[in-house]
Design a binder for this molecule. Sequence first.
Ligand SMILES: Nc1nc2c(c(=O)[nH]1)N[C@H]1C(S)=C(S)[C@@H](COP(=O)(O)O)O[C@H]1N2
Ligand SMILES: [Mo]
Length: 246
Amino acid sequence: MAGMSAPEPDSDDRGGRPVGRRIVLGVLALGAAGVALGARVQDATDGALAAVAANDPTGLTGLLPGGGGFRFYSVADAIPHRFPGDYRLTVDGLVERPATYTMDQLAGMPRTRLVRDVQCVTGWRVPQTAFTGVLLSDLLAAAGVRPGATALRFTCFDGVYTESLTLEQALRPDMLVADRMRDEAITDAHGGPVRLYAAPMYFYKSAKWLSGITVTDHVTPGYWEERGYDIDGWVGSSNGRGDDPT
Ligand SMILES: Nc1nc2c(c(=O)[nH]1)N[C@H]1C(S)=C(S)[C@@H](COP(=O)(O)O)O[C@H]1N2
Ligand SMILES: [Mo]
């Protein structure tokens, strides 16, 4: 990782997840009698997690680290929430037709479902995870990319996180603006109602709580890229890792 000392995108010892941790512990205390709570809650067995989830009217077990193999992560202090009816995605910058999309409008566009391994740059992997949504290339075609455009900048309604892609990367058929994950609405914790899903790249590229796409004439490094991670986050050939890009 280029020898840098930045905090890792998923380290548990940063200050950025107190709310998530408190909720997780609360949920476990509520329903998981018999689960030995070690320092790492993700060590809880799948069976125990399933038992908790079955008795969880709040749905908050979706936040459990290790639930389905995912680790919840956010650099913001809290999990932002947006009701689907209030959600808007703006597309602007170097385009002929700037636009604002509602969830219904996104749902009405051509849909793509991708099933790939989710791979975090810190090593955890979730095999064969389905994401469904609208191809970035379709949104760009609708907007009409103007000459001189070379990159995209993504902003999030957590107010903190940003991401980037080159225009060439964004036009690939495996770059999605996703509104479904594992064939369900994306939960708040996983970046719902809409997140980016950059399938061929490490998961830090997949900005959660996506609110804006701005087409630009230069790449603006994203949140973790400012902190030392590769801008071109290809699984297997970036960040000094050799993961199998399945
Ligand atoms: N807005 C936002 N998007 C984000 C992050 C974040 O902190 N904030 N973390 C990234 C990282 S490092 C990973 S591994 C994934 C985690 O997604 P998950 O919480 O759905 O597992 O989201 C990525 N997108
Ligand atoms: Mo990550």
